[in-house]
Design a protein around this ligand. Structure first.
Ligand code: FAD
Length: 455
């Protein structure tokens, strides 16, 4: 439903700390920009500057039955923080980070971006798990799962949310009780706007991190060889150490090139260098940027590998192992990587020995076993290449799903699914009944109907 603009203008002009940006505002285009869907144009954008202003905004929209979306970092690959002809509530001005060193926690505003969080934490020598790049919204990343290179040692983002202040369906600010917190940890924004989350943080000032690029003239051989060696390292006595994380990827540099993002999340960099040597021995290396650095410096290097804004979508499959059969499929489609600088293929790993890879009664995130979250991301700079890139992505995804079904994890990741792929049983499993009960309790009128949990 299109929102009546005059009501919104009156609301914003009479409510402290709320800005209303309409399509005729000079800042509309830059404010509405989201990562991958330039075609989605909202009817207007409300920007509350603090939590009371956010509460007034939700209260006003709910009372007037005006449909809205919630925008964090705008990095949902399906563009679900904005909807055509619908008001968007932009949280990016609510971006505080308050560190409590005594309890090793931080209070983080609901619109804080991962980069701002990491930069603030490292001023006091702390870090917390985040995803690969800095402009992703921290809360949007963490509340649905939150894969990333720190998860081998510390666990997923979702397991770091220890408290939440939520603006509920009537616009009140409430502290999430145990039941609501459990629901948020995996099903995210279906129950309200997360105005602030309290998260666990860790002392870690310097990491050993960078990209290892392998000779990619023969992608078939290098991808199979790397993965075979990786399986051997994993199965060896002692396995892989907790601080080590390896994210394999194929990018156009400018031709399809295979590499791994290497992360050693511990202060003992001499031990990390020994592991770097082992990883570098898995296949012939042509370049290596791994060095001791701060978490934000590593984020900046990763930022340079991905486009700032783009167009396209994502397909994902969760796999237990990168078997030789899977590596063969990856190599086949890596060789056919669409010729556009934005296309990405990569995978996160939740290692079997991660603190998050075991049952957790306080969360509804389901994929609690070691697995690889494979990301096929046909993004393009050149719109004319979109159709071909999407066809590649769809075929690649289908080919992976045709590999040994025993290797495919049933559970899927909320953030990586389109609305039509969303199967509640696979996403929430046994927690579905619980989630529907919480939804009925806290948002019976489905005010937050655009949250991607689709409850
Ligand atoms: C370049 C890129 C890199 C990525 N890297 C990773 C990665 O390393 N690991 C990983 O797991 N995922 C990754 N993702 C996926 C990303 O974490 C999710 O799409 C995440 O939901 C994005 O959050 P956002 O706030 O940026 O996005 P938005 O598009 O703003 O929000 C996503 C959804 O969350 C809702 N939302 C956001 N904030 C709030 C809030 N405070 N309260 C209520 N609802 C809210 C929005 O309404 C929307 O439905 C990546 C995506 C991109 C594009």
């Amino acid at each position: 439903m299109a929102a009546p603009r005059d009501i919104l203008s009156t609301f914003a002009s009479t409510t402290p700390d709320v800005e209303y940006i309409t399509p005729s505002s000079s800042t509309f285009e830059e404010t509405r920009a989201i990562y991958a869907h330039p075609e989605i144009v909202p009817s207007g954008i409300l920007r509350p500057a603090n939590i009371p202003a956010l509460a007034s905004t939700v209260s006003f929209l709910a009372a007037n039955k005006i449909e809205f979306t919630v925008r964090g970092g705008g990095h949902d690959l399906q563009g679900r923080s904005m909807k055509k002809d619908t008001v968007a509530v932009d949280l990016r001005l609510i971006n505080h980070v308050r560190i409590d060193a005594d309890t090793a926690t931080a209070k983080v505003g609901g619109g804080t971006l991962a980069g701002d969080l990491i930069r603030t934490l490292e001023k006091e020598g702390f870090v917390t798990p985040v995803g690969s790049v800095s402009p992703v919204g921290y809360t949007g990343w963490a509340m649905y799962g939150g894969y990333g290179a720190y998860s081998s040692r510390f666990g997923l983002g979702v397991d770091h949310i220890v408290g939440a202040r939520v603006v509920n369906a009537t616009g009140e600010v409430v502290d999430a009780d145990a039941e609501l917190l459990k629901a948020i940890r995996g099903a995210g924004g279906a129950f309200g706007v997360l105005a602030e989350v309290t998260i666990s943080i860790y002392k870690l000032a310097q990491i050993l991190a960078g990209v290892v690029i392998f000779n990619s003239q023969d992608l078939d051989t290098v991808i199979r060889q790397y993965n075979q060696g990786y399986r051997v390292l994993t199965a060896a006595e002692g396995g892989l150490p907790a601080p080590l994380s390896l994210q394999q990827c194929t990018l156009n540099m400018p031709t399809p090139t295979f590499g791994v993002l290497f992360m050693w999340a511990d202060e003992d960099h001499e031990a990390g260098k020994q592991w770097l040597e082992r990883v570098s021995g898995l296949a012939p290396v042509v370049a290596n940027t791994v060095k001791s650095r701060t978490p934000s410096a590593w984020q900046a290097e990763q930022d340079a590998l991905v486009p700032k804004t783009t167009q396209g979508r994502l397909w994902s499959v969760n796999l237990r192992q990168i078997t030789d059969e899977v590596a063969g499929v990856i190599a086949q489609y890596a060789k056919q990587l669409p010729a556009d600088p934005h296309v990405i293929f990569d995978m996160h790993e939740l290692r079997g020995d991660s603190p998050s890879a075991k049952p957790n009664a306080d969360s509804v995130f389901v994929a609690r076993e070691g697995h690889f979250a494979v990301e096929i991301v046909p993004l393009v700079e050149d719109a004319e290449k979109l159709e071909g890139a999407l066809a590649w992505g769809q075929e690649f995804s289908n080919a992976l799903k045709r590999t040994d079904p025993r290797n495919i994890v049933a559970a899927t990741y909320v953030s990586f699914l389109t609305a039509d792929e969303f199967d509640h049983d696979k996403v929430f499993g046994e927690h579905l009944g619980f989630l529907r009960r919480v939804k009925a309790r806290v948002d019976p009128g489905n005010v937050f109907n655009n949250a991607i949990s689709y409850l």
